[in-house]
Design a protein around this ligand. Structure first.
Ligand SMILES: Nc1ncnc2c1ncn2[C@@H]1O[C@H](COP(=O)(O)OP(=O)(O)O)[C@@H](O)[C@H]1O
Ligand SMILES: N[C@@H](CCC(=O)OP(=O)(O)O)C(=O)O
Length: 375
């Protein structure tokens, strides 16, 4: 993503629990220190600003309290995160201070990123932190994130953090040096894929689940993150946190892991947000003529193209656009509530000409599946 000559390049670096803990699942200060030194060095050299997405709160809490992950409930995990997050940040603060850098903590839930206003506020805060050479450290706000609003894994959060931060690159550091043809833990013959030009269904099928007791999501959630980022024009690298000088090498294009090329025709930040952040509050089923007009004509969605309305949403809500067969066509922000749309559809059925009614979803407030997949 480039906005003229506005700034230093920006990278979001995500480090997973598996890369911050030792064999017993306890927070490893030595691993944190290695990461902090790399970030500080890059930041000092003046080419990169780094936004860190760090897991590790639950692991740190479990270690401190002597609790075992397998034996505790979700509220206890959240309690462990409450204890561990302060320990994690205290350690980061100490390590970055030694490098002469301040850190700032952002604890986010899915709901924060789904809400357009909050998304913009978070973006402004990240920009202000970076302007002042402060390293933003993002984690999920585990203590308030109940299942419905949970990311759960930090990969999906990192994908959205790349959008929030207007990043040029996203580096996902984990306990393995990239995406393999199968999970090497169960398929030792698997080989690493060095470059992915397009995240096809076939590529997604290669990605399996977690590799350790502390990780969440495995490669699958890394694919979700990578998809959101590359569509917005952000290059993604999956690499091992153990590889020496991994950050510099990943950012300078060395083959240290799997590189996912950014889309040649990226969608705008706003459209990427629309595609990946908010869950739709309802759906509009649109007829074949409207599908064709949206896909080929680049127009807005008008009342005559709507067949039916699903859900109870307000004006300004994010809704799914689907064909009569139920295939997703795109997502958009509606100018009418579900109730108003039902009224309009009733008026149309009674023969009223509604071609002059305001667009239901304006072209600028819409992202089509086809657009998001374009290379
Ligand atoms: N196709 C694959 N290629 C590489 N690793 C895979 C693949 N499928 C599943 N994995 C697993 O994903 C794990 C990394 O994800 P995860 O355990 O969630 O770590 P993190 O805490 O860093 O997010 C690896 O240890 C590996 O076992
Ligand atoms: N927010 C959680 C991270 C969840 C998690 O395990 O994510 P990850 O290690 O990236 O698979 C924590 O700080 O413990």
């Amino acid at each position: 993503m480039s906005i003229g000559a506005r700034r230093r390049q920006r990278a979001v670096v995500k480090v997973g629990s598996s890369s911050l803990t030792d064999g017993a699942g306890v927070l490893s200060v030595a691993k944190m220190e290695r990461l902090v030194k790399q970030i500080a060095e890059l930041q000092r050299e003046g080419c990169w600003h780094i936004v860190l997405v760090s897991s590790g709160a639950i692991a740190a809490g479990l270690g401190k309290l002597g609790w075992q992950r397998a034996r505790i409930s979700m509220p206890e995990k959240q309690a462990a995160a409450a204890v561990g997050q302060t320990a994690l940040m205290e350690e980061y603060e100490r390590l970055f201070a030694r490098e002469g850098l301040h850190v700032g903590q952002l604890l986010l839930t899915r709901a924060d990123v789904e809400d357009r206003k909050r998304f913009v506020h978070i973006r402004n805060t990240v920009q202000a932190l970076l302007r002042h050479e402060i390293v933003p450290i993002i984690n999920e706000n585990d203590t308030v994130a109940v299942e419905e609003i949970r990311f759960g894994d930090n990969d999906s959060l990192a994908g959205l953090a790349a959008l929030v931060s207007e990043a040029d690159k996203l580096v996902l550091l984990t306990d393995i040096d990239g995406l393999y043809t199968a999970n090497p833990r169960t398929h030792p013959e698997a080989t690493r894929i060095d470059e992915v030009v397009e995240i096809t269904d076939e590529i997604e099928r290669l990605a399996g689940g977690v590799g350790s007791a502390v990780g969440t999501g495995g490669m699958r959630t890394k694919m979700t993150a990578a998809k959101a980022a590359v569509q917005a024009g952000v290059e993604v690298v999956i690499a091992s946190a153990q590889t020496p000088d991994v950050l510099r090498r990943a950012l300078s294009g060395e083959p240290v892991g799997t590189r996912f090329l950014p889309a040649a025709q990226p969608v705008s930040l706003r459209k990427s947000w629309l595609m990946h952040a908010p869950k739709p509050e309802g759906a509009l089923t649109i007829d074949a003529g409207a599908v064709h007009a949206l896909l080929t004509g680049g127009g807005s969605l008008l009342v005559p193209g709507i067949v039916s309305v699903t859900g109870d949403f307000q004006e300004g809500a994010v809704i799914l656009l689907q064909s009569v067969k139920g295939d997703p066509v795109g997502k958009g922000i509606t100018s009418f509530s579900a109730r108003d749309l039902d009224d309009l559809l009733a008026r149309r059925r009674s023969g009223e000409d509604l071609h002059n009614v305001h667009e239901v979803v304006h072209r600028n407030d819409m992202v089509l599946v086809m657009e998001a997949n374009a290379r």
